[in-house]
Design a protein around this ligand. Structure first.
Ligand code: MG
Ligand code: ZN
Length: 223
């Protein structure tokens, strides 16, 4: 194998166009943030790969929060309603966002989804981002906090391979810890990598399907 990797040098594609897009997104995200704050609404952006357990965690969080605050959920997905329907069973308002072929939510889609909610009667908006550990990180949505979920089933290197997604994250959840041994993945090792990639990040191990660790996630988020 060649000893030096081929490196992206950004000389081919139109960088200005990309910067415009990201700047526009940032402006819209600030607008979302302001609109929510005017109504005293907090927002949480939940990121993680497909199958890492985002919907399961959000469902378990909603179960614990719905009696003490008004929670609404925005569910991002390419085409299906599966996740939104699962969360809606918990009796909270859910807005499904379809991104089509886009692999991330952006602030404009969230802006449209927020218009479907009565923000005056909402305390917390939980946003399930599209299952992807790369570009959602570059598109702030106007949320106050970010949580990134990794699952031991993704193998031992998720944190090291996707360092950028953790840059703005306050909490990292390591899910499916019940499968760690079978996957030969060290939960402590993953936690250590996460803290290396994002010093100060709060790491919470969970088995979200059984509700284990969910109270700790809420505590880490200050909820
Ligand atoms: Mg999901
Ligand atoms: Zn994307």
């Amino acid at each position: 194998m060649r000893k030096e990797p081929i490196v992206e040098t950004e000389e081919i594609f139109d960088i200005e166009l990309e910067e415009d897009l990201l700047n526009r997104n940032r402006e819209l995200a600030e607008g979302n943030h302001k609109a929510m704050h005017e109504h005293g609404v907090r927002a949480l952006d939940v990121l993680g790969s497909i199958g890492s357990g985002k919907t399961t965690l959000i469902t378990e969080m909603v179960k614990r929060l719905r009696d003490r605050m008004n929670v609404a959920v925005l569910a991002g997905d390419l085409t299906t309603m599966i996740d939104a329907e699962r969360i809606e069973e918990q009796g909270v308002p859910v807005v499904q966002i379809h991104t089509g072929k886009e692999c991330h939510l952006d602030a404009n889609l969230v802006h449209k989804a927020l218009a479907e909610l009565d923000l005056a009667s909402v305390d917390l908006v939980i946003i399930e981002n599209v299952g992807n550990l790369i570009c959602p990180g570059e598109f702030p949505l106007g949320a106050d906090q970010r949580l990134v979920m990794v699952s031991v089933t993704e193998g031992p290197y998720t944190a090291l391979k996707h360092p950028y997604i953790f840059a703005d994250a306050e909490v990292a959840v390591i899910n499916k810890v019940d499968l760690a041994e079978a996957m030969e993945v060290s939960v402590d090792g993953l936690a250590e990598d996460l803290r290396k990639v994002k010093p100060g990040i709060k790491v919470v191990p969970t088995n979200a399907r059984e509700g284990e660790g969910v109270d700790e996630v809420l505590r880490a988020l200050g909820l």
